[in-house]
Design a protein around this ligand. Structure first.
Ligand code: AMP
Length: 361
């Protein structure tokens, strides 16, 4: 059985690593010469809109999936006529456009920050009479890791922000003074079986995820799981989905969803019985989903821009190091460390030590 993947970055690499023990083989399409999944999957080097390359991928793969949501929807549409592709196209096109995404949240009664679609500066100025300051302006498409966003604090910010985003279609939404950011990762297979992982608390800096901690028996679990199930069933979804939420008091507000395995679920590699990568593969192959039960304490620290000494990291006896084989570059995700244990004191001690190592480079 050969799984095709659009994209050959670290998520594709970890999907392939999870699939090898199941006897699966992988082929990915990626434009770069040094795609980091290349050591564990065959590569077709080419652009996502290259019809000949897509044709080749469809010929070679039994089923196709994708590792990020900014691939052209037309590529998925083309492939889907020739080979099964999961998650479904509707999930991809909805997640690619913040306006469609927010409208879907509203339709499914999933609370989300107040928002207004914006097509020009006048509309932005008008919207700021409805949405109060501070607010956040986001491009409808192509935004990730905090890119394509501007915070609006006063009228004087509007022109600069609109120009900063190059005047592309956008939404403006309430800036939420959240207590914490969480995500919930869930899997659904063809047969409609659903499994949710424990919610994860996430810490971002400048829009990039730095730290995630899984929260067993968290008070937000029930509501978050209910929201994500509404999405999964409505989209007739197959695969892993990630729903990101803000929590204010005991209220949850959906920010966005990703139709794929997610950085905030990397802890599952060492902290859950079956991790998000394997459950994604099981879902798209319509195999029974594996248990999402997790260790008492599980967390993940991202390695961004530089990788500290391996020796120092591995001195922490619960540290599981995952490197992606990528060249160091500012702002680039190069790997992560998972820490999973049943002992709270060890957990906190090792996280503290690892964060010191990571922060001192
Ligand atoms: P996004 O690209 O929508 O995931 O946004 C990146 C990060 O910006 C989020 O993880 C939040 O930390 C922050 N952010 C986005 N939208 C809002 C909002 N409406 N209120 C407060 N912070 C936000």
């Amino acid at each position: 059985m050969i799984i095709g993947i659009l994209g050959g970055g670290q998520l594709a690499r970890m999907l392939a690593l999870a699939g090898h023990p199941l006897g699966l083989q992988f082929i990915m399409l990626d434009p770069s010469e040094d795609a980091c999944a290349g050591v564990v999957a065959d590569q077709i080097q080419g652009r996502y809109n290259d019809i000949a390359k897509l044709e080749l991928l469809a010929q070679k793969a039994d089923v196709v999936t994708y590792e990020f949501e900014n691939i052209p929807a037309a590529a998925v549409e083309f492939l889907a006529k020739k080979v099964p592709v999961y998650p479904p196209l509707l999930a991809l096109t909805t997640a690619q456009d913040r306006l469609y995404e927010k409208k879907l949240f509203r339709k499914l009664d999933i609370c989300t920050p107040a928002f207004v679609p914006i097509n020009n500066l006048e509309e932005l100025q008008r919207a700021l009479k409805e949405i109060s300051y501070p607010a956040i302006l986001k491009t409808r498409t192509q935004g990730y890791d905090g890119k394509g966003q501007a915070i609006l604090r006063r009228n004087a910010d509007l022109t600069t922000a609109w120009e900063h985003l190059n005047g592309v279609p956008a939404i403006v939404e309430d800036f939420i003074p959240f207590d914490r950011e969480i995500s919930i990762i869930a899997a659904r297979n063809h047969s409609g079986e659903i499994k949710c992982y424990p919610v994860t608390e996430n810490v971002h800096h400048a829009g990039i995820l730095h730290f995630s901690k899984a929260l067993k028996n968290d008070s937000a679990q029930h509501q978050a799981a209910d929201y994500v199930k509404r999405l999964l069933n409505h989209l007739d979804y197959v695969g892993i989905i990630t729903l990101e939420l803000f929590q204010v008091g005991d209220q949850l507000l959906a920010n966005e969803f990703a139709p794929r395995v997610h950085n905030s679920g990397h802890w599952t590699q060492n902290g859950a019985i079956i991790d998000q990568f394997e459950n994604h593969l099981r879902a798209i192959l319509d195999l029974p989903l594996g248990s999402t039960d997790s260790s008492d304490y599980a967390a993940m620290i991202n390695l961004i821009s530089t990788v500290p000494s391996r020796e120092k990291i591995l001195q922490q006896t619960h540290a599981n190091l995952h490197l992606y084989g990528k060249e160091e570059r500012t702002g680039r995700k190069l790997g992560h460390i998972n820490i999973c244990t049943s002992d709270e004191a060890t957990f906190n001690k090792e996280i503290g030590a690892l964060q010191n190592i990571v922060n001192s480079g």
